[in-house]
Design a protein around this ligand. Sequence first.
Ligand SMILES: NC(=O)CC[C@H](N)C(=O)O
Length: 227
Amino acid sequence: MKAAVITFPGSNCDYDMYYALHDEFGIETTIIPATTTDLSAYDAIFLPGGFSYGDYLRTGAIARFSPVMDALITANQQGKIIVGICNGFQILTEAGLLPGALQTNIQPGFICDETGLTIANATTTFTNAFETPTIKLPIAHGEGNYYVDEAQLAELQGNNQILFAYTDNPNGSVANIAGVMNKAGNVFGMMPHPERAVDELLGNTDGRAFFQSILASLATHLEVSNV
Ligand SMILES: NC(=O)CC[C@H](N)C(=O)O
């Protein structure tokens, strides 16, 4: 598996993501700038957290016009794995690769904490290795209040696209939603940070199963496509 981590101007979790993918899971990983226009070499693409373009206008609203986004849309059409964490999730919703939008937290302000999550669907590319129904992950955001209208919510629920839900909704998200997948099952975004919970030294290893899930699915996928 070859992974790319895309750095936007203002990303600040790109090296955390690199550390998780490369150092913890031994995945061949390259950090590439958002000016890249070709993602054909990669099986999985990660959009990290941060404050792309200073979160001006609306978080993710400028980043979604970056040169790399056309290549990301092509990667999506090819069914490649695309993951957005925190600011990456915000960028994916702005780009229309995931449904919904991230608004200012219900109580405006930046929250830096650990949050409880339930695994709402454990049979996906992103969740198949979770062995417990609830986990804890770090959160760090000011605009994590996930919004979808009633029709979109019904669709997400009907298709089992909600993968993680907050146990104690910290930001006002509709239906406690913390992470969603697209209908096709290859694009995922969440506000909590699994890449900050992969090492005993970080005080939390609950994020490891997220990366193990992706590795397991990709191994099966690559095996099938090589037949
Ligand atoms: N850690 C992050 O990615 C922060 C996301 C975004 N800038 C926010 O505050 O909502």
